[in-house]
Write a new protein. Sequence first.
Length: 59
Amino acid sequence: MEIVLIIAVTLALLAGITAYEARRRQQRTVRGDGSAAAVGGGHGDGGGGSADGGGGGDS
């Protein structure tokens, strides 16, 4: 009977660890996409700055 309890606890721990790892992988993917979007936004802002600078030169 004790062996059944030990096996049940072990399986529960393995299931919990697997679920935790799956969540971590999803968060890493989301963070990676967010970083890429932030970099793209940074380039867009830089382009806008150049356009503003050009307008100032014309004035």
